[in-house]
Design a protein around this ligand. Structure first.
Ligand code: SF4
Length: 138
């Protein structure tokens, strides 16, 4: 089965909206998942302007496999770091339309889902997230 990437880039041709980034009163960002995929069209991206789509939306797309810096030849190294380096953000997996094909869920199960909401494509830099986001050196 083809796998989906739950942390896609806005430039990917088949990108769909997975969720909307919200900022809580405590300043923490989290993703509010949408019920069904919405294609990221230029019109939709323009609504986010002047913010970039990657700042205000979480996107999903077909997993790029070996074309992605996080793919280690067999698995997605990004979700391995998410699951091992970040604390749980929730104790319940959120309702998510992507789960059936999600590479992160396939690899790490609900441990990925428990942390997924705190992943923002263009995040406010902090040492822990910087380390999680850094692809392995080749
Ligand atoms: S890790 Fe879980 S919550 Fe996140 S996109 Fe995949 S299935 Fe959805």
């Amino acid at each position: 089965m083809a796998r989906s990437c739950p942390s896609a880039q806005p430039g990917m041709s088949d990108a769909v909206v997975l969720g909307v980034v919200e900022t809580g009163a405590d300043g923490r960002q989290r993703v509010a998942y949408v019920e069904a995929p919405v294609p990221l069209t230029p019109e939709l991206a323009a609504i986010a302007a002047p913010a970039s789509a990657g700042k205000v939306l979480r996107l999903a797309a077909k997993c790029a496999g070996g074309q992605c810096a996080h793919f280690d030849g067999h698995d997605c190294s990004l979700v391995k770091r998410v699951a091992s380096m970040l604390p749980e953000a929730a104790r319940k997996a959120p309702p998510c339309f992507l789960r059936r094909t999600c590479r992160w869920f396939t690899q790490e199960g609900v441990d990925a889902c428990f942390r997924c909401e705190m992943i923002v494509t263009e995040f406010k830099p902090n040492p822990r997230l910087n380390a999680v986001a850094a692809p392995p050196e080749v």
